[in-house]
Design a protein around this ligand. Structure first.
Ligand code: 3SL
Length: 238
């Protein structure tokens, strides 16, 4: 049987070099957008509408939607909540449709939306996602959201973990040095993500905003088996 490809793209800015070759794109923003989205579904949110701009978020808010918006780690003034996974554990959000706009994560989702299938990856749903990807028999690209088009460690670790698991089945192969590097970074970090990321830029940024609890939550793997998937502009779970 012909092997499928699994590759890691470090930033949304590099997506154009990978675009069109992968049926499945896994969007990853470990700190914190895709972790918040997984937490939302795990806690019963019905759907998440990801939007790129604050203007789009405001338009939804005017229509009466519950809207989360974050920029540079902070809740954007005037919105219902930001990007903390804990905000989405509120029982009031059960069975609700929410809108979310974040600095990098929702932008990456929007950039990837040309792909046949877009799914949400994080450390929170890592094992379930890997199992699902293995059954799909499709080429897989892990798209790291990064930080404003720059490389970050935490998304690379998650992309590397996915590549590592898929390659271990023998059903996948990879060609790109980014995938090899991501795998090595994952392997060096896997026994202690929190320690490994101690000096990473976004961990420092969130720590300075007193968001250590969020960091710990987002770096604790396999808390849920949800696999959010983009359908007609909305993230849902099947
Ligand atoms: O960039 C994003 O999408 C966010 O996850 C960043 S933050 O963790 O909310 O600062």
């Amino acid at each position: 049987m012909e092997k499928k490809f699994v590759e890691v793209c470090f930033t949304p800015g590099e997506y154009e070099y990978f675009k069109g070759r992968f049926e499945i794109v896994v969007v990853i923003d470990v700190l914190r957008a895709t972790s918040a989205i997984c937490s939302a579904f795990h806690n019963g949110v019905k759907s998440v509408i990801p939007v790129e701009t604050i203007e789009e978020a405001q338009a939804y808010q005017k229509k009466g939607y519950l809207v989360g918006a974050e920029r540079n780690g902070e809740i954007v003034e005037g919105f219902d909540f930001g990007n903390s996974p804990f905000s989405y554990m509120n029982p009031k959000l059960k069975n609700k449709e929410v809108v979310l706009s974040t600095t990098n994560g929702t932008r990456a989702i929007s950039i990837a939306s040309d792909a046949q299938t877009v799914v949400i990856g994080s450390l929170l749903n890592l094992e379930a996602l890997n199992d699902w990807l293995i059954t799909q028999d499709k080429n897989v690209l892990c798209l790291c959201s990064g930080w404003k088009d720059k490389f970050n460690l935490e998304d690379t670790i998650c992309g590397g973990a996915i590549a590592d698991a898929l390659l271990a089945t023998g059903k996948f192969t990879s060609n790109e040095d980014s995938s090899v590097a991501a795998k090595y970074i994952y392997q060096s970090s896997k026994t202690n993500y929190f320690g490994f990321l101690k000096s990473s830029s976004h961990r420092r940024r969130l720590k300075s905003l007193n968001l250590n609890k969020d960091i710990k939550h987002c770096l604790t793997p396999n808390q849920t088996s949800v696999i959010p998937i983009l359908k007609n502009g909305k993230l849902v779970v099947t």
